[in-house]
Ligand binder design. Structure first.
Ligand code: UD1
Length: 369
């Protein structure tokens, strides 16, 4: 009997992490697979474009939870997911990453007695002011299978009481997607599209509440405009950030600062691959730049991805907009620094997850009809 696997996605990075896993599960006769999209991200450019480009196809269920407070978003996912689990009775529910949809799905499944598998387990920033850190810790506690992609994750999980034999060091599925799509990435065209010279511009993404929802944003945007005078800046703006910038009033795109709409996967990575460097507060981009060998400046006080600093191209700037002014010199300094690719960041992580799921399948008990 094929094992029933129910995967949950809600946000843009969830799709990048799960696309290769979904593809692998579809290709194996050992699995019946269904996909739930919670609708945490719902804009065309935050969701549909990724479903199409990454070959995920239409989800079996769209929960349409949309935006809201953390409690509202989490509760809506739980309420709308529970009947789907009760109806289809999956053997395991797979949840990626650290967003509200991840925790909500893990809670719903585990309370019904259905096993949870966490893709990207064991990452820790040790900063509980980040909603993602709470989501990570709790999701790991609820998961029977912990799929990790960074060596320090095992120690974090063991310290929190997770079982050693639940931990599977499978590697990085986000990098599977990068490896699979790399041949489509076209830096020269993307630089031309945005009116910049290849290797002579800065890509910026900022969306974390700590920066975007507080008093730091105005200074950050002013400093980006200042940097833009010597190093052109291309800033694909997350909807949350777009709204916060609009609320500031009078900030217009300055001469060297181009605020553009969010990009699709291939276009965004083309833009990154052609850049002199990247300034970000994203998690996944710290990993992608490490693989692409592009200097990454992370505008946060901490990172749950320290391997990108130790072995990769990432430099932690701190949550301090004044440091943005240093970007051109930091990037010049970082140029030529080589990354050592972490183990399992090789394009085959999803296959290893599917292998673990096949081995684990005999231990599952399906909910009664
Ligand atoms: C969420 C995740 C964050 C992840 C990010 C990736 C949580 C707690 N946060 O943050 O970890 O790095 O996704 O992008 O789960 N909005 C739209 N259209 C959309 C989605 C959002 O306009 O399609 C706007 C809404 O105003 C919304 C705001 O963005 O209120 C924030 O969206 P939300 O899903 O709450 O969090 P993100 O900032 O996207």
């Amino acid at each position: 009997m094929a094992s029933r696997v129910l995967s949950i996605v809600g946000t843009r990075p969830n799709l990048v992490k799960m696309a290769p896993v979904i593809g692998e599960l579809h290709n194996r006769a050992a699995f019946e697979h269904r996909l739930v999209h919670t609708g945490q991200h719902y804009d065309e450019r935050m969701s549909q474009i990724f479903l199409d480009e990454l070959g995920v196809g239409a989800p079996d269920h769209m929960l349409g939870v949309g935006s809201g407070t953390h409690a509202t978003q989490t509760a809506r996912v739980m309420e709308r997911l529970e009947p789907i689990i009760l109806d289809w009775r999956p053997d395991i529910v797979l949840v990626p990453g650290d967003v509200n949809s991840t925790l909500a799905a893990a809670l719903t499944a585990s309370k019904l007695g259905v096993a949870v598998g966490h893709v990207e387990a064991g990452l820790r920033s040790f900063d509980r002011s980040m909603p993602e850190e709470i989501n990570r810790v709790l999701t790991d506690q609820l998961s029977a299978l912990l799929f990790t992609h960074s060596p320090e994750a095992r120690g974090h999980l063991l310290r929190e009481g997770c079982a050693d034999d639940a931990i599977h060091e499978v590697g990085n599925t986000m990098i599977d997607t990068l490896v699979a799509m790399r041949h489509l990435i076209d830096p020269a065209t993307m630089a031309a599209t945005h009116g910049v010279q290849q290797s002579d511009y800065l890509v910026v993404t900022l969306h974390r509440p700590a920066l975007v929802d507080g008093p730091l944003l105005a200074d950050a945007v002013a400093r980006l405009a200042e940097v833009g005078r010597s190093l052109p800046v291309v800033f694909p703006v997350h909807p949350r950030t777009r709204a916060a910038i609009a609320a500031l009033g009078e900030i217009e795109s300055a001469e060297g600062l181009r605020l553009v709409d969010p990009l699709g996967y291939v276009d965004f990575l083309g833009l990154v691959a052609g850049a002199a460097g990247v300034l970000t507060d994203s998690g996944g981009i710290q990993e992608e730049t490490t693989v692409l060998g592009i200097p990454c400046l992370t505008l946060r006080d901490n990172t749950e991805r320290p391997i990108t600093v130790d072995q990769g191209t990432n430099v932690l700037l701190g949550l301090d907009p004044r440091r943005i002014t240093d970007a051109p010199s930091l990037i010049a300094h970082a140029r030529g620094r080589h990354s050592i690719l972490p183990v399992g960041w090789d394009g085959s992580a999803a296959g290893r997850i599917a292998d673990v799921l096949e081995d684990a399948a005999t231990g599952w008990r399906r909910l009664p009809e």
